[in-house]
Every structure is written in C-alpha cells, then in structure tokens.
Ligand binder design. Structure first.
Ligand SMILES: [Zn+2]
Length: 92
C-alpha cells in the first residue's frame, strides 16, 4: 500500500501527500476546503490507511474536547432557584 501511495503522489498531478492531508485536516473538519481540495482530501483518505487512522483520531480528540467544554459549561446552566434550594437544604 505504501508503494502504491508513493507512486500515486509522484505520478498523479494534484494528489495530496500525507503531509498535505495533515495541513488540510483542520480546514476539512471546519468545512473550509474548496470543492477540489475536498475531493483530493477524500481521495487520499480512501486509499491511505495511515491518514484514515490519523483523521479518526483527530475527530475523537475534537469530540472529547467539545464534550469536556460542555461539562465545564454545565454549572452555568443550573437554574438559580435550584441552586438556592440546594443551598437551603445544606444550611438546615
Ligand atoms: Zn496519507
């Protein structure tokens, strides 16, 4: 697979290398790639298991960051009267 990848990146014009996929990954995830870049990115992914693993790891990292942000924001979402009720029950 690695040999095929090397041949393709050498002989196919516009074919992304793994380094370029790495650079495009943030923009891809944010939906900032152009149509052509998006096609090239997905084409590289379809034949490169290294980048597939890398992208799925990246997505998991983003998902866990977003999940932890939600946990941090949660205290602000507790209604004020609930906080007061909890405080009263502690004081008793
Ligand atoms: Zn790759």
């Amino acid at each position: 697979m690695l040999v095929i990848k090397r041949l393709m990146t050498r002989y196919m014009p516009g074919m992304l290398t793994c380094q370029q996929v790495d650079r495009f990954l943030y923009d891809y995830h944010e939906g900032q790639l152009s149509f052509a870049e998006n096609i090239k990115f997905k084409f590289h992914l379809s034949m490169c298991t290294d980048c597939q693993a890398y992208v799925s790891g990246y997505k998991q990292t983003i998902a866990s960051i977003k999940a932890s942000e939600q946990i941090e924001q949660r205290p602000e979402k507790i209604p004020e009267d609930l906080v007061q009720a909890i405080l009263k029950s502690i004081k008793r």
